[in-house]
Ligand binder design. Structure first.
Ligand SMILES: Nc1ncnc2c1ncn2[C@@H]1O[C@H](COP(=O)(O)OP(=O)(O)O)[C@@H](O)[C@H]1O
Ligand SMILES: [Mg+2]
Ligand SMILES: [Zn+2]
Length: 403
């Protein structure tokens, strides 16, 4: 059998398999159970989060021989043909290349005929925002009152480009980016089934690069398995992804918190030899500092991290001073832009790191207040003058007027 990419091999075959879109799946399931199925749907959301998959599942749910049902059998001819994209009564149309009035006219003529075999004639139009204005206008009438056997399912990444007249005639469902923790679970399931041994850390790295899109995550997984084999080490995965190894980021961060320049410089030299991208490194470091700051502030590691990363964040944040973290973040985050434009990115980044090492120890406002208070006592100022002094931004308080 020819090789099937993971994204296709692992396309969800049931509504319950869809990760992170429970809100959509539930509403669709209820509508089918209660026989209150709209005649036109609009699936909106970023790419690779399950819009086409859900459209095909909905088509199956409506046309399954055992249906209409929220749990199509997956075995009858309508079910298998829809999955393969060969059903005569379900048309999948690419809106980008069939965007003219003429294309819509053809649809308009065909909807008047009854389905050839199944319950419904279903039109799935992908990237529907690509239709021309004239094409949208030609579609309006049909969309308003389609024959009872016809259903439309539109999918788009750019709903704001659709005319209001179309929007108001569709039942809209918003697909969201898949939460990192859910995505890791799904990738773990797939990696296990493919006998790939990848650490949580590697999976988390894939998830971070795919920004909530499952298709991108699966393509990256494919790429890693072919580049590094089934037994990829964290370093190999990071390298294949062109990403920065988290261990390096964590070590640099730890050294910065201790104001210890030596390990920082050693790490940079090492990364330089390995051909690291310093802008990426600066971004990763800023992100890590953000995680530490969140953990230090709310007492919990950010939800989107893998379990192993949560532990590392909590351990590193435990004794860190929030004010120090904030200033490190400012410096590193501010350096991203400089590093990305520098003729010598390594130098720009190194100097930013050294600035971090030289940051003066920070003092909390409370400590400052206490010091001002004790000073004012020694100077024999009236009680409370210390806080007034601090509140006025350091200007000396007015002496009380004495006649
Ligand atoms: N919510 C999801 N749950 C599980 N897998 C998903 C999900 N969304 C996307 N995928 C995976 O990504 C592939 C592409 O998804 P697709 O539905 O075509 O995305 P879209 O149409 O939103 O761009 C699917 O074949 C599947 O492997
Ligand atoms: Mg799609
Ligand atoms: Zn079926």
């Amino acid at each position: 059998m020819s090789y099937l990419v993971l994204a296709r091999k692992w396309r969800p075959q049931a509504f319950n398999d869809m990760t992170g879109q429970e809100h959509v799946v539930k509403t669709l399931g209820n509508a089918i159970a209660k026989e209150r199925v709209a005649h036109a749907f609009l699936f909106c959301g970023p790419r690779g989060v399950g819009k086409t998959t859900a459209a095909r599942l909905l088509a199956r749910a409506l046309n399954c021989e055992k249906g209409p049902t929220a749990e199509p059998c997956g075995k009858c001819s309508p079910c298998t043909e829809i999955a393969a994209g060969t059903s005569v009564d379900v048309a999948e149309i690419d809106g980008a290349s069939n965007n003219s009035v003429e294309d819509v006219r053809q649809i308009r003529e065909r909807v008047t005929y009854l389905p050839q075999r199944d319950r419904h004639k279903i039109y799935i139009i992908d990237e529907v925002h690509m239709l021309s204005t004239a094409a949208f206008n030609a579609l309006l009438k049909t969309l308003e009152e389609p024959p009872p056997h016809v259903k439309f399912i539109f999918a788009t990444t750019e709903p704001h480009k659709l005319p209001d007249t179309i929007l108001s005639r569709c039942q809209r469902h918003n697909f969201r980016r898949i939460p990192a923790a859910r995505m890791i679970e799904r990738l773990r399931e797939i990696a296990d089934a493919e006998s790939a041994k990848l650490s949580d850390r590697s999976l988390a790295l894939i998830v971070r690069q795919s920004e909530g899109g499952m298709r991108d995550a699966l393509s990256l997984l494919d790429m890693i398995l072919s580049a590094c084999g089934q037994d990829a080490s964290d370093e190999a995965v990071a390298e294949a992804l062109g990403a920065v190894d988290r261990t390096a980021v964590q070590e640099i961060c730890e050294a910065l918190l201790k104001r210890d320049a030596r390990p920082v410089l050693a790490r940079i030299e090492d990364l330089h030899v390995r051909g690291a991208d310093f802008k990426r490194l600066a971004e990763e470091l800023a992100l890590w500092l953000r995680h530490l700051l969140v953990a230090r502030t709310v007492g919990e590691a950010p939800e989107e991290l893998a379990d192993s990363e949560k532990k590392a964040v909590l351990a590193a944040a435990k004794d860190a001073d929030p004010a120090h973290l904030t200033r490190l973040f400012d410096l590193i985050h501010g350096s991203i832009w400089d590093v990305s434009r520098a003729a010598q990115p390594r130098l720009a980044f190194e100097v930013a790191l050294l600035k971090c090492v030289h940051l003066a120890p920070s003092t909390s406002v409370f400590e400052l207040l206490a010091r001002v208070e004790s000073l004012s006592k020694r100077l024999d100022l009236p009680p409370g003058a210390g806080s007034a002094l601090a509140a006025e931004g350091g200007r000396p308080p007015q002496r009380p007027f004495r006649a």
